[in-house]
Design a protein around this ligand. Sequence first.
Ligand code: SAH
Length: 249
Amino acid sequence: MTGWVTVAGLGPGAEALVTPEVTAALAEATDVVGYIPYVARIAPRAGLSLHPSDNRVELDRAELALRLAGQGRRVVIVSSGDPGVFAMASALFEGLEARPEYHATDIRILPGITAMLAAAARAGAPLGHDFCAINLSDNLKPFSEVERRLRHAARGGFAMAFYNPRSKSRPHQFTRVLEILREECEPARLILFARAVSTPDEALQTVTLAEATPEMADMRTVVIVGNEATRRIGRWLYTPRSVVETVPE
Ligand code: SAH
């Protein structure tokens, strides 16, 4: 039996948002590798070994998956949302880059619904024009780089989605993010705090930049900052598909 590694996105939480191709890969798997809460979403069954691991050991996980596949096992590495968005797909290739003996491994990446798209759909269409996604964690890049990209994105007129906005170990950083937004954007700019989208704990809140406070975000929240034209219609939040020409500075 030839082994393989599939990196699969489980979507934001709801079972209905797991794609059929991910469900099929899990049904064929002999091993599931991933961060503890994501592996916990996989139903145990005979013949399936679960390998949950703690956060921040992505390269160990990649190595384990490649080793198991080399032994003929069918391995699914699970990520939440989409595996290519601040998740395990890049980590697998980083691990692969360092290990030429695994370069012939049969690898597939299966997309999933990423948090910002699930959140945007719940709220309306806040990402309906040009947007960018920024990981606010300074785990893999210096916070000065987060600040620089944030400022450029705001000046560039992009709507923005923030992943990993605020953790207990770095609460002050999201305070700084709001400060920078206040320097670059008008006080009426709309911000969506979308927590635990598609799970029983789901909570959505839209406020203006003037009203936003750091406590509105935690690690289960994706934050969407609209562009200048983003507006409300009743309970909906949307960004028009067109934009007027920016006057050069
Ligand atoms: N690969 C994932 C992102 C992993 S980073 C994806 O594509 O969605 C983890 C961050 O994703 C969290 O800190 C949070 O900002 C966001 N996130 C993941 N699931 C979420 C959900 N159900 N609701 C809101 N945000 C979520």
